[in-house]
Design a protein around this ligand. Structure first.
Ligand SMILES: Cc1cc2nc3c(=O)[nH]c(=O)nc-3n(C[C@H](O)[C@H](O)[C@H](O)COP(=O)(O)OP(=O)(O)OC[C@H]3O[C@@H](n4cnc5c(N)ncnc54)[C@H](O)[C@@H]3O)c2cc1C
Length: 294
């Protein structure tokens, strides 16, 4: 491996990354390829591909990572969760990823399967992301890993301090960068960053940004990932009713202002939740001055 994930966020670098998901059908494949082709001009430091609920996209995640990596000669991270997998199955995924020449992972626990309110590890499986990070570090040390962080606190955590202790476990186990869950209020991110620093978490903390395209989209996305609905932004868009273009403009303006604030505050990079649609991310990047990416 030439460079590790954390190197993209080193001083004088700016780590720009794009997250895609494995498509389910031919039309989705075309949309993914189009999104990647259109965004590559922004010279991302790396891309990532998600891992579907319960391991449902296991092979597809690896296929997409390899495809983007080979076509565009950029590093691509495979996301991996503990959901529904025994340690042996996780090892199989990791060996396959290694054999395919994949160097980066986003190591996660995953959400409880649909209809279940709490996460239960399968027999012979892992309970938390820090255990997955430790497994990778011990048995597949060549991988460079990012882990997830939650500026608004993870929705199952009893309080912010406990959540932070758990985040620190993942970093201490070998997480080399923290990519955050989406958020729409920079103050949440800044508070989180300060608290990480006070807790002795020294790895790069990278804001995860999901450009919102309208009120319904915003509501759906925050519900899906257990984040807060930003009331003011939502009302501004919702008030426009059927004026979808107007809603989109408000969403884009919010995101651009949010990113300008984050860049000004010295974030080491930014991770876009592209969701296989290039336009919102592309339009935003066209309107922004980014520090040089690496
Ligand atoms: C950047 C990013 C990418 C993502 N990609 C995917 C994806 O590809 N596929 C997918 O299904 N989901 C994905 N998710 C969602 C993620 O799986 C969920 O948010 C999940 O609920 C938590 O995963 P985690 O890795 O943060 O879990 P963990 O770090 O294990 O935390 C889960 C909860 O357990 C607590 N906890 C952690 N460790 C311990 C411990 N040792 N003891 C006690 N409590 C503990 C934490 O405080 C938290 O409340 C992603 C999220 C982010 C931010």
């Amino acid at each position: 491996m030439s460079i590790r994930i954390s190197d993209h966020y080193a001083e004088k670098s700016f780590g720009l990354s794009f997250e895609f998901f494995p498509p389910k059908n031919e039309e989705g494949e075309k949309r993914l390829d189009q999104a990647v082709n259109e965004l590559i001009k922004f010279r991302p430091s790396f891309a990532t591909c998600t891992y579907g609920a319960g391991g449902s996209t296991r092979d597809k995640t690896l296929e997409i990572v390899k495809r983007i990596k080979d076509a565009h000669k950029i590093p691509v991270a495979a996301h991996l969760t503990c959901v529904g997998s025994t340690v042996d199955q996780l090892r199989t995924f990791l060996s396959e990823a290694q054999d395919l020449g994949i160097d980066y992972l986003v190591a996660l626990r995953g959400d409880p399967p649909k209809g279940e309110s709490s996460f239960q590890a399968v027999e012979g499986g892992l309970r938390y992301a820090n255990e997955l990070v430790a497994l990778v570090r011990a048995e597949f040390p060549h991988f460079s890993m990012a882990v997830a962080g939650y500026p608004e606190v993870h929705n199952e955590a009893p309080n912010p301090d406990v959540d932070l202790e758990n985040l620190k476990r993942k970093v201490d186990a070998g997480g080399e960068a923290i990519i955050t869950q989406l958020f729409y209020n920079n103050d949440d991110f800044f508070r989180f960053r300060d608290r990480c620093e006070n807790a002795g978490i020294g790895v790069p903390i990278v804001p995860g940004i999901l450009p919102t395209t309208g009120a319904a989209h915003l509501q759906r996305m925050v519900t899906n990932c257990g984040a807060k609905l930003p009331g003011e932004l939502y009302s501004k868009m919702d008030r426009l009713g059927e004026d979808k273009q107007g809603q989109l403009r408000i969403g884009m303006d919010h995101c651009i202002a949010q990113l300008e604030g984050l860049i000004q505050a010295g974030v080491p990079g930014v991770h876009f939740y592209v969701i296989n649609k290039s336009q919102p991310t592309g339009d935003i990047l066209d309107s922004l001055y980014l520090p040089t990416s690496s």
